[in-house]
Ligand binder design. Structure first.
Ligand code: PEP
Length: 252
């Protein structure tokens, strides 16, 4: 079995380093006991470097990266800079970036650049609605095929796929909860696409679930959702809730 992973996506929060530090320290203090679970926090770029000095138990992730290594790209942060700052993971293709114009081709370039730099991409896929004809399966298939095009088999174990149905994410207006059965069905589907594409090596790709996960439903998703981990957004901004999710993952 793959090592379980819990990834907290802080998005564009909190507004000050002081608050970020408090949140981080509170989380770090409450998970000193963990042994089995990989805990990743993805704070805003600005806080990464300073937070890194606080805990050795927690790994860092960025919320995006450029597909270029260096050069005249105003406002961008390169994968190499992230790697050199001690970052291990990078969330790529998050739906909140896709609404800003990011598409599968761009995400594919970013994945390749991150792998080149030694980072581990957390590739987000997921549909915005579920239609009666189950067209959302095809949408996820296309997202996987296009974002993972041309990635060599020997690097595939570095990738984490996050299934994040947009209709379940906390920032979606009139959102609703996904069930563990919906997660399971999609995780099986994703696993099949990955093994068709990459062969037995695909077993090493971790599939995680994200979409308003909290301390109340984390157990259900981890036990019955067919996933190797979770990607909480809002719940990762509450040290108690996030620590509880990690405790649940660690208990399994
Ligand atoms: C996310 O940011 O990927 C996410 C799933 O957020 P939330 O848990 O707030 O829905």
């Amino acid at each position: 079995m793959n090592k379980r992973i819990i990834v907290g996506n802080w998005k564009m929060n909190p507004a000050s380093f002081k608050d970020a530090e408090k949140l981080f320290v509170d989380i770090a203090k409450s998970i000193l006991y963990i042994k089995k679970t990989e805990v990743v926090i993805c704070p805003p770029f600005l806080y990464l470097d300073r937070l890194k000095k606080i805990s050795r138990k927690i790994f860092f992730g960025a919320q995006d990266a450029s597909y270029e290594d260096s050069g005249a790209f105003t406002g961008e942060i390169s994968p190499l800079m992230l790697f050199n700052a001690g970052v291990k993971y990078v969330i790529l293709g998050h739906s909140e970036r896709r609404v800003l114009g990011e598409n599968n081709v761009l995400v594919n370039k970013k994945i390749k650049a991150c792998l080149r730099a030694g980072l581990r991409p957390i590739v987000c896929v997921g549909e915005d609605t579920r239609d009666e004809n189950h067209g959302y399966f095809n949408l996820v298939k296309v997202q996987l095929e296009e974002t993972l095009a041309g990635i060599s088999r020997n690097l595939i174990s570095k990738i984490v796929v996050a299934y994040e149905p947009i209709w379940a994410i906390s920032s979606t207006v009139s959102r609703h909860d996904a069930t563990s059965a919906e997660s399971l069905e999609m995780a099986i589907f994703i696993r099949k696409i990955l093994s068709d594409k990459f062969g037995p090596e695909a077993k090493k790709i971790r599939i995680i679930y994200g979409g308003s996960v909290n301390e109340k439903d984390a157990l259900e998703f981890l036990k019955n959702g067919g996933v190797d981990g979770l990607l909480p957004g809002r719940a990762s901004l509450d040290a108690k809730k996030f620590a509880e999710i990690i405790k649940i993952a660690e208990s399994l």
